[in-house]
Design a protein. Structure first.
Lengths: 157, 66
């Protein structure tokens, strides 16, 4: 079973380059609840509640937008770039990691829905947009590292 | 599913790494198969059997629980 829709291996590094700074900045800005930077420019809003309405050019601070785009694009490249020796076993591990990440993501989301109310829930939604990718990346790479360690111990097999 | 992969490898005297290179899979795959953690696809089973010059049924054995 060859996994379709994967990026070539060299895209993985690009993913990390995009993802890591955005992650650090984004995490810090959520935790500190501060407006980290203001990058104002004209944006084309398909939907907006500004006075100009929908389908119009409007001014906005696009700092969070940049972070989100970098997180999503970087995260996708990290998660779905081929491993150097991508084969059927790795494909199965990919699938299992994705299922696991989905379960964990929704378990936490359920918990948040039931126990978190008011404005803090907005923070939850903010983070939840990215956590499934993050959980998958962690789980998949944890597995790859673990199996590499097993191989090192069995070098003479 | 049991397999005689380790035995066949010992007979031919090659490491997991070398076998993986010959069959064009990752070393993790060979390791996982020998540890009975992974059942290979038909194509992979056929490739392995052809490499060892044996029939698929001689290397991969169906168990009662399968």
């Amino acid at each position: 079973m060859k996994t379709k829709f994967l990026f070539p291996h060299r895209f993985k590094i690009i993913g990390w380059i995009l993802f890591v700074p955005a992650f650090i900045l984004g995490l810090y800005s959520i935790v500190s609840n501060k407006n980290m930077a203001t990058i104002n420019c004209k944006v084309f809003a398909i939907f907006s509640d500004s006075e100009k309405g929908s389908f119009a050019l409007t001014d906005a601070n696009i700092f969070t937008e940049i972070i989100a785009v970098l997180l999503i694009c970087g995260g996708l490249l990290i998660a779905f770039s081929k491993v150097k020796d991508e084969d059927e076993y790795i494909a199965r591990i990919r699938l299992e990691s994705l299922v696991w990440a989905t379960y964990v993501n929704y378990a936490l989301l359920l918990f948040a829905f039931i126990f978190i109310y008011g404005l803090p829930f907005l923070d939850v939604m903010d983070i939840n947009m990215f956590t499934i990718l993050i959980f998958f990346i962690i789980r998949f790479h944890y597995f790859l590292l673990k199996s590499r360690k097993v191989l090192k111990h069995e070098e003479q097999a | 599913m049991k397999n005689k992969l380790k035995i066949e490898r010992a007979i031919k005297n090659i490491t997991q790494e070398e076998l993986a290179k010959k069959i064009k899979v990752s070393r993790q795959t060979i390791n996982a198969m020998e540890a009975n953690k992974y059942v290979p696809s038909t194509v992979l089973a056929l490739k392995i059997s052809r490499y060892f010059g044996k029939k698929v049924e001689d290397i991969f054995l169906l168990e009662e629980t399968d």
